[in-house]
Design a binder for this molecule. Sequence first.
Ligand code: S3P
Length: 443
Amino acid sequence: MSHSSDPRPMTARRSGALRGVATVPGDKSISHRALILGALSVGETRITGLLEGQDVLDTAKAMAAFGAQVERLGQGEWSVHGVGVGGFSEPEGVIDCGNSGTGVRLIMGAMATTPITATFTGDASLSRRPMARVTDPLALFGAQITAREGGRLPITIEGAADPLPVCYRTPVASAQIKSAILLAGLNVPGETVVIESEPTRDHSERMLAGFGADIRTETTDEGHVITLQGRPELRAQPVAVPRDPSSAAFPVAAALIVPGSEIRVPGVSRNPTRDGLYVTLLDMGADIAFENPREEGGEPVADLLVRHGPLKGVTVPAERAASMIDEFPILSVIAAFAEGATVMNGVAELRVKESDRIDAMARGLEANGVTVEETRDSLTVHGMGRVPGGGMAVTHLDHRIAMSFLVLGLATEAPVSIDDGAPIATSFPDFLPLMQGLGADLG
Ligand code: S3P
C-alpha cells in the first residue's frame, strides 16, 4: 500500500515532440462506486475497465470485508456478488482505506445505517484529512461515531439500528459528502435529500438510477436538490467504466506544453460535472478536438486529439471549481507555459485534498522559477511562455502533485525532480510506461 512503500525519487527532462496514443485507466470515482453499489445489490455485477490503482483495490478489499464476494477475473474485469441493501456484515478487522478520501467517505456512508460496527484507518495523508464533513451528517441518521481529535481517522462507526431519513445541505461543494449521504440513505425508510449549492460530479446519482434506485435531481431556488427513496432493491448491473478525464489530463497537458506534440487519448469521459479543465483549456486557446462523441457505460465519452500550440492565461471562475477540482495542480503547470496570468478562484477545497495542493503547487513551481501568488482560496500562476526548472518538488503523498511536476519537467529548460513518485500507483499505476511510450523522458 502507498503508505508502506518506500519513497521513490523521480526526475523528468525536457523531451522531444510527444506522439502516439495514450490509453488512460478507468475512472477512479466510477470504479469505487461500481464496487460499492455492486456490493449493495442483489446478484452479480460484472465490471469492465475498473481502475486497478491502489485506492480502488483498497475499496475492493473493504467490500469483501463487509461480506460481498469480490473476484478479479482479468485485467480490469471484476465480479461482485452483492449482499443487498442493509446486508453488510460486521468486518473482522480494521478497514484500511490507504490514501483514498473517496473510498473511506463513501464506505462510511454505505455502512452507517446498518447495525454493525466498523473501524476505519488510512495512511498519513488520509489521517490528516477532515472527516467530520461526512460523519456529522451520518450522525443525523442515528450512527454513533468515535473519531480522533479534530474528527480525523481512525474512526469507529456504530451503524444506526433504526435510521431516520435526513435532509442535508452540504456546507462545501463535495461529491464525497453527497455520495456518503445517498449511500447511507439507501437503508433508511422514506426520502433522503441532499441539497448542494454548486453541482458536483454526479456518478453516484447516475449509477444508483442504473441499479434501479428511485432518485431524482431538481434545480430549484434552494440549489441542486437530490432526492432518494430509501430501501430499494438494487439489482446487479454490468458496469463499463469509462476512462478517467482526471488521469487523461496528464498526457493532455504534456502534449500541450512540449513543442511539436500530437497525441490521441481515446474514450475519455466528458461528463459535464467533470469537464471544467477542458472548458478552461479551450479558453486558453488549446488545440484539442473531441472526436467521435458517444455514450459508454451511461457516461458521455469522446476521443481527444491534442496538439501543442500557444496558450494564454485566463481567469477560472469560482463556479467552475467543482467540475475540475482534481485538475488544478496540472492546470497550474500548463499555466506556467502560457502567456500571462492564470487566476484560479474558489479553490479553498484544494487545501484538504491528499495534500494542501495550493501550497504544494506554489512551493514546487517557485522552486522551478515560476512566479505564483496564493490566498486562502485562490492561486495565480504568472506564465512567461518558458519555465527554467531545475528544482525539486515535494509531493506530500499526493499522486496528482507527483504527476504534475513530472509533466512540468518535460518542457522546462533544466530537469525537474520529485521526492516521491510512489503515490502515483494510487490512481495511475501505468503512468510511467504510458508517458515513456509517447516519448517522454522521465523515470
Ligand atoms: C471524488 C470527489 C472529489 C474529488 C475526488 C473524487 C468522488 O472530492 O476530489 O478525487 O469520487 O466523489 P470532494 O467531493 O471532496 O470534492
